[in-house]
Ligand binder design. Structure first.
Ligand code: AMP
Ligand code: GLY
Length: 421
């Protein structure tokens, strides 16, 4: 198979690493990729949302399958663009249709979907500027803390959790006044869920599904889960509290109604569903859907997968996923993200990176580039260091030992990944 992978971060490096191991692969391209994916395939300087250029490239290079890493091209409709065009409909796209991607692109759509299909989630109502007075009344019926969510994509910043009622009302008014741009034209107000979070990853061909290893990520910049939200500072898999009983509840109450919902609502969905869950005393409910894999969760999920990932993707594309099988490694996987000082606020770029010659870990590249032949930082999240071990502790030891040998100016990482479990 000739495969085109879209994206350029740690998640895409992990996908490239896994795809490169497939006996079914004849050629891998990554658009746009990063210096590490260039060692696993061929990088192509095309943006993941430039559909026209991707189409031209795919036809010229006889691409069989496009694997979509980030949500942007999905929300913009890459699946529909390729599958409804005569010239390109033979190319499999691993990812949902534009309608399916609305599960991530609109929180109001996702909540209505869950309600319609009986998927447990926090009680909610949606409001617009015109219904501000009703929104205030609804807030008054809820107990603190108050959860306000901008409906649209807001770069992971659109969720506010506020303990004071008046402050919640003020923030709501600001959202309608453009605090998150058009993403906040509609706001979902929902009940606060208590408990501990984890994420479950599902691969589906729209009819059947496979549940991949679960993971927990660490979103805050500071140790002890303090400070600003980030794209993710680390992740672990498995998650000890996600035992067989919990996962069976997740399967029957959440995954099955979700996949059946795609079918009932005629939503074309051939790709990943990333389900953010709250576990409250063993009872799971859904916080959110994402229509792609997580980053950095992919960097712990894929290393635990004993599978030919292209064989699974072929099942997704052909609607034969139910005939496929795979194993899950018993080992624990952890990943620790090395970020540029200042992230997630202002940070510098272009710092030279030095890497260890050998390591017991896999160093995935998240934000790196080559400048005159030197590897330098090009983003906030720079590298993520994944290790496998008989236990989470053993895996963590390896990742932190590897990080000892990594350096760039103002490098920062959390030393407490996995410590709360
Ligand atoms: P989201 O952008 O939907 O992932 O939300 C960001 C974070 O806000 C989640 O990872 C949770 O930690 C938190 N959150 C979202 N919704 C709720 C809720 N209803 N109750 C408690 N925490 C929530
Ligand atoms: N790590 C969270 C995400 O990928 O959305």
């Amino acid at each position: 198979m000739r495969v085109l992978l879209l994206g350029s971060g740690g998640r895409e490096h992990a996908f490239a690493w896994k795809i490169a191991q497939s006996p079914k692969l004849s050629k891998l391209f990554i658009a746009p990729g990063n210096p590490a994916t260039a060692l696993l395939g061929e990088n192509v300087a095309i943006s993941a949302t430039d559909f026209e250029a991707l189409k031209e490239f795919s036809l010229r290079e006889r691409i069989d399958m496009i694997v979509v890493g980030p949500e942007d091209p999905l929300v913009k409709g890459i699946y529909d663009y390729f599958t409804t065009n005569k010239e390109t409909k033979h190319i499999a796209v691993i990812g949902p249709s534009k309608l399916g991607a609305t599960l991530e692109g609109s929180k109001d759509f996702a909540k209505a979907f869950m309600t319609r299909h009986g998927v447990p989630t926090a009680a909610y109502r949606s409001f617009t500027k015109e219904t501000l007075a009703q929104a205030y009344l609804f807030l008054e019926t809820l107990k603190a803390p108050y959860v306000l969510k901008a409906d649209g994509l807001a770069a992971g910043k659109g969720v506010l959790i506020i303990s004071n009622l008046q402050e919640a009302k003020d923030e709501l008014a600001k959202m309608f006044d453009g605090k998150f741009g058009a993403a906040g034209n509609t706001v979902v107000i929902e009940e606060f869920l208590k408990g501990i979070e984890c994420s479950v990853f599902v691969l589906t061909d729209g009819k059947s599904y496979k549940i991949l290893p679960e993971a927990k990520d660490y979103k805050r910049i500071g140790e002890g889960d303090t400070g600003l939200n980030t794209g993710g500072m680390g992740a672990v898999s498995p998650v000890p509290f996600a035992d067989a009983e919990f996962m069976e509840k997740v399967r029957t109450r959440i995954v099955e109604p979700t996949v059946n919902g795609f079918h009932k609502d005629e939503i074309a969905y051939k790709g990943f569903v990333f389900i953010g869950l709250m576990n409250d005393g063993g009872e799971p409910s859904v916080i959110e859907y994402n229509v792609r894999m997580g980053d950095p969760e992919t960097e712990v999920v894929l290393p635990r997968l004993d599978a030919d990932i292209l064989d699974l993707f072929e099942g997704v594309a052909n609607g034969t996923l139910s005939e496929k099988s795979f194993g899950i490694k018993k080992e624990a996987a952890v990943t620790v993200v090395c970020v540029s000082g200042g992230y997630p606020e202002d940070y510098g770029k272009g710092f030279p990176i030095s890497l260890p010659e050998t390591a017991e870990s896999i160093v995935f590249h998240a934000g790196t580039t080559l400048k005159e032949g030197t590897l330098v930082t090009s983003g906030g999240r720079v590298l993520t260091v994944t290790s496998l071990g008989a236990t989470k502790e053993e895996a963590l030891k390896k990742s932190y030992a590897t990080i000892e040998g990594i350096s760039f100016d103002k490098m920062y990482f959390r030393r407490d990944i996995g410590q709360d479990l």
